[in-house]
Design a protein around this ligand. Structure first.
Ligand SMILES: [Zn+2]
Length: 160
């Protein structure tokens, strides 16, 4: 039973990583659905299910973070997906935060702003979020961080 529960956690983690990775592909520029699938496989070395990719793209679109245009490919009309300006900004915020978390893990003595990823040498701004003391360079970063956290939480909940 314990093993099964752990496996469930694991799958959830992988699927969140997949979403994160799909965002990095979209960030590179406009892409067809199938090219997202093939780029994912090429880089991660693992297939990603279309049943994860397409609903995720649709959710992003409903939130105004992705838009699509139709392009003719031979006889067929295909959707090209791309991030909106807001979508790009949000992704960049998430990537910086992720990069910040990675640097903090390799250089534990370094304080990193949890939102923008910049180095915080002294001062900075601290706030307890979800029971964890979190460091930011300024109060504005703390506000944006909480907003993005709510956003990513809502994405994960909707997919379930
Ligand atoms: Zn900051």
């Amino acid at each position: 039973m314990v093993k099964e529960a752990k496996m469930g956690d694991m799958e959830e983690l992988v699927s969140d990583f997949s979403r994160f990775y799909i965002l990095t592909i979209l960030y590179e520029g406009p892409a067809y659905g199938y090219s997202i699938l093939s780029r994912f496989k090429k880089r991660v070395g693992k297939e990603v299910s279309p049943s994860l990719v397409y609903p995720f793209l649709q959710q992003l679109e409903e939130k105004g973070l992705v838009k699509h245009t139709m392009k003719s490919v031979g006889e067929k009309r295909k959707k090209v997906f791309e991030l909106t300006r807001e979508g790009r900004e949000l992704c960049l915020g998430l990537f910086k935060r992720f990069a910040g978390l990675v640097s903090a893990a390799i250089e534990p003595s370094l304080q990193i702003c949890a939102h923008c990823g910049c180095k915080v040498y002294e001062g900075g701004y601290r706030e307890v979020i979800d029971g964890i003391e979190t460091t930011f360079c300024c109060i504005h970063c703390a506000e944006s961080y909480k907003e993005e956290k709510r956003f990513s939480k809502s994405l994960v909940e909707e997919v379930r």
